[in-house]
Write a protein that binds this ligand. Sequence first.
Ligand code: GRF
Length: 215
Amino acid sequence: MSQEMDGFKNTSALRKNIAVLVSGNGSNLNALINAVNTGKIVNANIALVISNKKSANALNIARDAKIPTFYVARDLFNSDEEYDLFLLNKLNEYSTDLVLLAGYLRIITPIFLKAFENRILNIHPSLLPDFGGKGMYGMKVHQAVLNSKSVKSGCTVHLVTEKIDGGHILAQSSVSIMPDDSAEILAAKVLEEEHKLYPLAVNNFISTIMLNNNR
Ligand code: GRF
C-alpha cells in the first residue's frame, strides 16, 4: 500500500505545470492543448493561461478547454516590473514549473526572467538568429524575409533571455519559399510548422531537460 502511494506521489511529482502567456489568436495555444490531450506532450498539464489583451481569441480557446484564464491589463500597474510581479504571484499560485510564450507581445522584465531562469520558452516565426529582435513580430518578420530574397524560412523555439529572440535555440523547422509567395502565404506556411514544432520542443524540453535535472 505504501509502495502504491509512493508510486502515485512520484508520478504526480513528474507532472509539470505549464503557464501559457498570450496576446492574440491562440493557434499555438490550441496546438499545445491538443498535444497535451493526445499525449504528444507527456508529464505536463496546462495549468493557466494569461493574456495582456482582453480581446485575445486565445482566452476563448483556453476557456473552451476549461483552463483557468486571466486577463491582466497593464494599465492597472505603475510599471512593467509591478505587472510582472503580479504575474509571478499568479504563476506561483498555480505552482508553475514552465512558462510558454505563445504570441505574447510583451517584453519579460529581468525580475520575471530571474524567477523562471531557463524555464521560459518562446516560438518565433523565423529561422533565428535571422529576422529576430526588437520590432520583429507578426507580418513584419515575413515581409523582411521576402525582401531578403531568402529561399527558405521557418520557425524557432528558444529559451527566453534578456536579449530579445536571442536565447539558446532548442528547435527549428524550415519551409521553402516559392517565388510568388506573399507575406500572408509565408505566414500561413510557417504557422503550420509552428503547430508541430512547439509541442515537440516542449515535450522534449520537459523530458530531457526538466525531468533529468529534476527542476
Ligand atoms: C506566432 O507566429 C508566433 O510565432 C509568434 O506569434 C504568433 C502567435 O500566433 N510569436 P498565435 O496567437 O499562436 O496564433
